[in-house]
Design a protein around this ligand. Structure first.
Ligand SMILES: *Cc1c(COP(=O)(O)O)cnc(C)c1O
Length: 233
């Protein structure tokens, strides 16, 4: 039977293999376990297997889980990433509870996350989401909008702009996946030249993590390959 522990071992093995092929150091790849729609007892199994970094898409659900583990596992330090679309009326809850936000796509959202960040917390780590495949259904800015938004955001004292996040159009072929990821990597390196402290390129999910790592990703967001398929109702 597949368990969360064996799934995690398998992902770590795959990361090691792809890193060997492209001569990268596997310890430079951050693995975010995407636990959206999954109950706390499954997240707990991942924690018991050593996973401490989690991603959530829905504000209310994510905040409930963060509070649950703060109460039930007070000695286990967990890092929580908000990776879902963010409306401006939900920024307060997000900035009060999460450590990272991957989906900033306008200055209004960044400004609110900044203004509402509690002073007793560390600065909020943020990524700008770019809609690299230009899909109407996806959020994110265009590459052309990046310089301006990045410059505006780097003036916000309670945020740290750490890099970029991408969700490319789903493709089955490694070669096609890689083409898009390499474009993403170019945007990331350009931003690194301009702004100090840019160190995070968030791209790669269960279906395309190998191509993402081979193209320079250092943060992958893996859901179904760890927790199994999601059921929505
Ligand atoms: C759900 C989700 C993931 C994980 O997707 P899987 O295909 O299950 O690995 C990663 N990133 C984002 C933004 C998601 O919404």
């Amino acid at each position: 039977m597949m368990t969360i522990e064996t799934n995690l071992q398998h992902i770590h093995y795959e990361i090691t293999e792809i890193c060997r092929e492209c001569e990268r150091d596997p310890s430079n790849i951050k693995l975010i376990a995407v636990s959206k729609t999954k109950p706390c007892f499954l997240i707990e199994q991942a924690i018991d297997a050593g996973q401490t970094i989690f991603g959530e898409n829905y504000v209310q659900e994510g905040v409930e889980k963060i509070k649950y583990f703060a109460a039930h596992r007070p000695d286990t330090h967990l890092e929580w990433h908000f990776i879902g679309p963010l409306q401006s009326n939900k920024t307060r809850l997000v900035t009060e509870h999460f450590d990272w936000v991957h989906t900033v796509d306008r200055i209004k959202i960044a400004q609110r996350l900044n203004d509402q960040r509690p002073t007793f917390l560390n600065k909020l780590n943020v990524l700008i989401q770019i809609n690299i495949s230009n899909e109407l259904t996806k959020s994110g800015i265009t590459p052309e909008q990046l310089p301006q938004l990045a410059a505006q955001m780097s003036n916000l004292p309670n945020l740290v702009l750490r890099g970029l996040m991408f969700i490319p159009k789903a493709e089955n072929e490694f070669k096609k996946q890689r083409e898009t990821f390499l474009k993403a990597y170019d945007l990331y390196s350009e931003l690194q030249q301009k702004i100090a402290g840019i160190d995070t390129l968030s791209m790669g999910m269960s279906g395309d993590m190998n191509a993402a790592i081979a193209s320079g990703s250092n943060t992958i967001r893996i859901g179904s390959a760890i927790f199994g398929a999601r059921e929505y109702n």
